[in-house]
Design a protein around this ligand. Structure first.
Ligand code: GDP
Length: 188
């Protein structure tokens, strides 16, 4: 791995993108395709992470993409991205997606998502990333929220791993769901 990099601010790597939504980006229902929005978000996450790390980056995971409001053809979609958190070689890029009706000026919040990106060196190994200067209350808040999300994920994973899917505790958790338990096809 390379020598320890210096620190950078969230401002150093922020990325903004505005795009007018074209009919070719719509789905069969006439709204903008969620997959198209996701692909733009992945690109902006890559650009932001790459600006911070100064390296090539890959997407490791995406935390919750809830499409809160549909996006119409002809609207102006704006994405704002910044680094929320850095580890040794990972970065969490937060992205806020808004869509504006350019005639009325009405702006709606479409989603906010958090992409975990990993820096890679030229050999394809993980690379160290610069530390993050937290210069505003919002920087501190976003960093802490990322830490809490990571901890909740780890906690969830531990619970999941400690429970056998067919243990009485696990089966009790299935009560009340819209399912029918039919384990006759089990091969294990
Ligand atoms: P937050 O994460 O609680 O602040 O939720 P928001 O929905 O306000 O924003 C989601 C993410 O989008 C933030 O974590 C930031 O990474 C990014 N973001 C929001 N507003 C801005 C902005 O004005 N500039 C930049 N560069 N990024 C922003």
């Amino acid at each position: 791995m390379a020598t320890t990099p210096a620190f950078k601010t969230t401002r150093d790597s922020e990325v903004f993108l505005s795009m007018l939504m074209q009919p070719s980006h719509s789905n069969f229902g006439g709204k903008i395709h969620g997959g198209y929005i996701l692909s733009l978000m992945d690109q902006i996450a890559f650009a932001c992470a790459s600006k911070h790390s100064g390296t090539y980056c890959v997407t490791a995971s995406v935390d919750t993409v809830n499409f809160r409001n549909p996006i119409e053809i002809g609207e102006l979609v704006t994405m704002k991205a910044s680094i929320n958190y850095v580890g040794r070689s990972s970065m969490v890029v937060g992205i806020r997606v808004e869509s504006e009706n350019i005639q009325s000026g009405f702006v709606k919040h479409c989603n906010s998502s958090y992409f975990t990106m990993v820096a890679k060196d030229e050999a394809g190994d993980t690379a160290l990333v610069p530390g993050l200067v937290l210069a505003t209350e919002s920087d501190v808040n976003r960093f802490l929220k990322s830490v809490r999300r990571l901890e909740a994920k780890q906690q969830n994973r531990k619970i999941q791993e400690s429970l056998h899917p067919l243990s009485p505790t696990s089966l009790a958790l299935l009560e009340g769901y819209n399912i029918r338990l039919n384990l006759t096809d089990q091969h294990e």
